[in-house]
Design a binder for this molecule. Structure first.
Ligand SMILES: [Zn+2]
Length: 310
């Protein structure tokens, strides 16, 4: 890997003197790692890549430090799309699709995941340091639009009462996105409401000049200059999203424990060992008979004396 490679970047900015904020994100290495060992049809790849950009943009926008998980359970040729992004912008993602289906490159969101109107899109917001009794917040997002950007814009307006516009694009190399958001107007002498609205309208108009091809081909620094060169903009320190999978041997072991000893033993009798590949990173985990026996012995010890610590 080249030393001078630009890391993946998320850039927040604010329009000076108006409650309009924006973010640009560029995922290249993160996005490539998601695609490793996978061969997604182009339409599925585009959708997953756009969800990645959207998840990073929304995550950086949260009022708390925590994770965002986007899940689409499709009823079309795409069965499942999952994107996770934590408070440090560490991300992973995966998609499952019908390998038999012919998926046209021009497929819209509806064709892919909501063919019979039974697709489900769930966004989970999970604060890292939960207050007592606090739970993850889960919202069902109506799949009422032809693109993931439109669907999320509707969701943000309904759930957060925030006017949000998103432009997303992804191909095999890069996933990029722009978010613009109108914050509640503070009013007052310095920021008359009419001026705030004018700034918002102008920013959206500038964003709307962005074509998909331009978003794919242009780095975010150039995009920022090209779109907003006439505006006075405050730019924050850039953040750097990266790929990270949270799978571990311990987690796979816990999953096997949940299957139960009987189930595991019968699978062992048939196959000799338990093999599990991580859906997100492809990491291979194998548990032979001894490993499996140890899993259940450890459980029994804990169950008979909960004070035992290892
Ligand atoms: Zn993994």
């Amino acid at each position: 890997m080249s030393q001078h490679k630009t890391p993946d970047t998320l850039q927040k900015f604010m329009f000076d003197g108006a409650p309009v904020r924006g973010e640009l994100v560029e995922l290249s290495d993160t996005w490539r790692q998601v695609q490793q060992r996978r061969d997604y049809p182009p339409a599925v790849r585009t959708l997953l890549g756009e969800m990645m950009a959207a998840a990073a943009l929304l995550s950086a926008n949260l009022k708390f430090n925590g994770a965002i998980v986007m899940q689409i359970y499709g009823d079309g040729p795409v069965r499942l799309l999952v994107v996770e992004c934590d408070g440090d912008l560490q991300m992973r993602a995966t998609a499952k699709f019908d390998a038999e289906a012919v998926i046209s490159e021009a497929s819209l969101l509806t064709d892919l995941v909501n063919l019979n109107g039974k697709g489900r899109f769930v966004i989970t917001l999970d604060p890292k340091d939960k207050l007592p009794g606090q739970q993850a917040y889960q919202g069902v997002v109506p799949l009422d639009g032809d693109s993931i950007a439109t669907v999320i814009e509707h969701y943000m307006l309904r759930s957060e009462q925030l006017d949000t516009r998103l432009w997303l694009a992804a191909d095999g190399n890069v996933s990029r996105g722009l978010l613009l958001q109108k914050l509640p107007s503070t009013g007052g002498v310095d920021a008359p409401v009419d001026d705030d609205l004018a700034t918002w309208d102008r920013s959206v108009m500038l964003g709307s000049t962005l074509r998909n091809a331009e978003l794919l081909e242009t780095d975010i620094e150039t995009l920022m200059r090209r779109l907003f060169w006439e505006e006075t903009i405050r730019v924050f320190d850039p953040q750097h999203p990266s790929f990270r999978c949270t799978c571990s041997r311990e987690r796979v072991g816990n999953m096997l424990k949940m299957l139960g000893q009987e189930e595991v033993n019968s699978a062992l009798a048939e196959m000799g060992k338990m093999s599990v590949d991580c859906e997100f990173c492809g990491q291979h985990y194998a548990f032979d008979k001894v490993d499996c026996a140890q899993l259940f012995v450890a459980t029994e010890v804990l169950a008979s004396d909960s004070s035992v610590k290892h």
